[in-house]
Design a protein around this ligand. Structure first.
Ligand SMILES: NC(=O)c1ccc[n+]([C@@H]2O[C@H](COP(=O)([O-])OP(=O)(O)OC[C@H]3O[C@@H](n4cnc5c(N)ncnc54)[C@H](OP(=O)(O)O)[C@@H]3O)[C@@H](O)[C@H]2O)c1
Length: 273
């Protein structure tokens, strides 16, 4: 069930992330008639039409009487500059613009839409594709409480969503949850390789690593325990896990590496924005 204002939604770009959101909304019972999509890719557009949503190949095809309550920009950051100005005429007190583009600040949208437009910037992550993402959003001063609730409720259709007041934190958010899935996949790759190096057949090692990482993730999701307690629960004194953790938790190991990685990603995000 999607809560909040139920006016028409205009989704600009329906690639990987746009499509994840659309699936989340319709799976939660949203009437597809509510969703209008601008998507130039003909193959994607024809598949979408079969789902009952209204699809336009270009923004100029949108009927002049159409008034969306929310416009979601889900195109690549590099085309945003060309795309956003085409939607400035939709600006009104009741309409909010929501961008999920990495590295595009609220100021960028204010430059193209005016600083009297209500603008929300959000950073989702790829587990949104299985409705298990986490998104962090923030807005400019024009964003009202109903705007905020509408954005959060649409974002929560693909996982969890958090609101922050300080846009500067988005760079660290990008480093933690935006890129985070890649670090977890790398962990799985590293465990697989270590298993092979220890004599396991490649396929078995890959299956063990994949099931362990996803199973531990699911256990953590379902448990109320702190991650450190879950870790301690696996660690018998004098046992094998303790030996591995002694290596991973030494001064120059995991935490140091993670601190460096997150600092590098945060700095990169600041530079790109
Ligand atoms: N995927 C992620 O993990 C992720 C995570 C966080 C944030 N994001 C953000 O989400 C946004 C979308 O990413 P994505 O991975 O979903 O990209 P994507 O799969 O390339 O989807 C973008 C879609 O927009 C379409 N498009 C291009 N020009 C357009 C226009 N003028 N009007 C309307 N649609 C247009 C593209 O069509 P064509 O294929 O024909 O060009 C494509 O179908 C990006 O800004 C990205 O930074 C993505």
């Amino acid at each position: 069930m999607i809560e909040g204002p139920d006016g028409p939604i205009l989704l600009v770009g329906c690639g990987k992330m746009g499509h994840s959101m659309l699936s989340g909304w319709t799976d939660r019972g949203m009437d597809p008639n509510r969703v209008h999509i601008v998507e130039p890719n003909e193959d994607v557009a024809s598949l979408l039409s079969k789902k009952g949503v209204k699809v336009f190949n270009q923004n100029c095809e949108i009927p002049s009487q159409f008034v969306p309550t929310i416009i979601i920009f889900a195109v690549k950051p590099q085309v945003m500059e060309l795309v956003v100005p085409n939607y400035s005429h939709f600006k009104s007190e009741s309409t909010v613009f929501l961008s999920i583009a990495a590295g595009k600040k609220i100021a960028f949208f204010e430059q193209h839409l005016g600083d009297d437009a209500a603008i929300v910037r959000a950073m989702p992550n790829t587990p949104a594709a299985v409705q298990r993402g986490i998104t962090v959003a923030c807005g400019n001063t024009q964003v009202s409480n109903p705007h905020k609730q509408q954005c959060l409720s649409l974002l929560r259709a693909v996982g969890e969503a958090e609101w922050i007041e300080d846009e500067d934190l988005i760079d660290a958010v990008t480093a933690i949850s935006g890129g985070g899935p890649a670090y977890v996949f790398l962990l799985t790759e590293a465990m697989t390789k270590a298993g092979v190096d220890s004599g396991l057949p490649q396929g078995l090692s890959a299956r063990l690593a994949r099931a362990t990482v996803s199973g531990a993730g699911e256990l953590m999701r379902q448990s109320d325990e702190h991650p450190s307690t879950l870790r301690e629960n696996v660690t018998s004194p004098g046992g094998t896990t303790e030996e591995a953790l002694r290596v991973l938790m030494s001064d120059d190991a995991w935490q140091t590496l993670m601190d460096r990685a997150i600092a590098a990603a945060t700095a990169r995000s600041r530079k790109l924005a």
